[in-house]
Design a protein. Structure first.
Length: 222
């Protein structure tokens, strides 16, 4: 499914989500809060947002008639995420849509009752936004584009490409809980493959380069 088709589908899903009671009292206006992780002038977000609006329209919701949408742009800034979350929740939306799971935490700090739909998320369980993939158990639900077990497959592929590998580095931002599920899968697969796994904690590009250079000083690494 292409990205535009996905957002169109999401718009339809949000329009019919029972928690927000969108299907009831269609003549009463509804309110959606949209918290985007990017900047407002990011051209990559225009097509998905257009698809989102299209999905809503196809489900019978039109801005200015029975629907109002409030947008806030995080610009990849954590402080801005928190400010946007507070601003949107204060408007009492029926549901909040966000394009990144990392923003869900900011929204949940403000409200544990307003429904949240998220997309493009790596590890919603590891991030603490939902209790499990089968049963979210919180006010958030959405889509994860990665399966935890694939982490073990990555290590298998590395070993297949270079059988001499005995040490594997996993580059990750240790300050971000999301991704812990995938890292756990790598750790679980490591013993059977005869590989020792090391996490390289990074926060910026410079730390990535330094981490790789330090790890590469010993042999049989990957």
């Amino acid at each position: 499914m292409r990205r535009r088709e996905f957002f169109t589908f999401l718009g339809r899903a949000a329009a019919g989500w029972p928690l927000a009671a969108f299907a009831q009292q269609a003549d009463r206006g509804r309110r959606i809060g949209v918290l985007m992780s990017s900047a407002a002038d990011d051209p990559r977000r225009q097509a998905p947002l257009a698809a989102f609006a299209q999905g809503l329209q196809e489900a019978g919701w039109a801005v200015g008639r029975n629907l109002h949408i409030d947008y806030c742009w995080g610009g990849s800034n954590l402080d801005r995420f928190h400010k946007c979350a507070a601003e949107l929740i204060a408007l009492a939306p029926d549901v909040v849509f966000t394009d990144a799971g990392s923003v869900v935490g900011a929204l949940q700090r403000v409200s544990r009752t307003v429904p949240i739909v998220f997309v493009t998320t790596i590890d919603p369980v590891g991030g603490g936004w939902v209790e499990s993939l089968a049963r979210p158990g919180t006010n958030a639900t959405g889509f994860s584009y990665n399966e935890f077990s694939i982490g073990g497959k990555w290590l298998e592929l590395l070993k297949e490409i270079t059988p001499s590998v005995r040490r594997a580095a996993v580059i990750r931002d240790v300050s971000v809980p999301a991704g812990s599920g995938g890292f756990g899968a790598v750790q679980t697969a490591a013993p059977s493959l005869g590989v020792e796994v090391t996490a390289i904690g990074v926060g910026d590009a410079g730390e990535i380069e330094r981490g790789i250079n330090a790890f590469a000083k010993a042999p049989n690494g990957g």
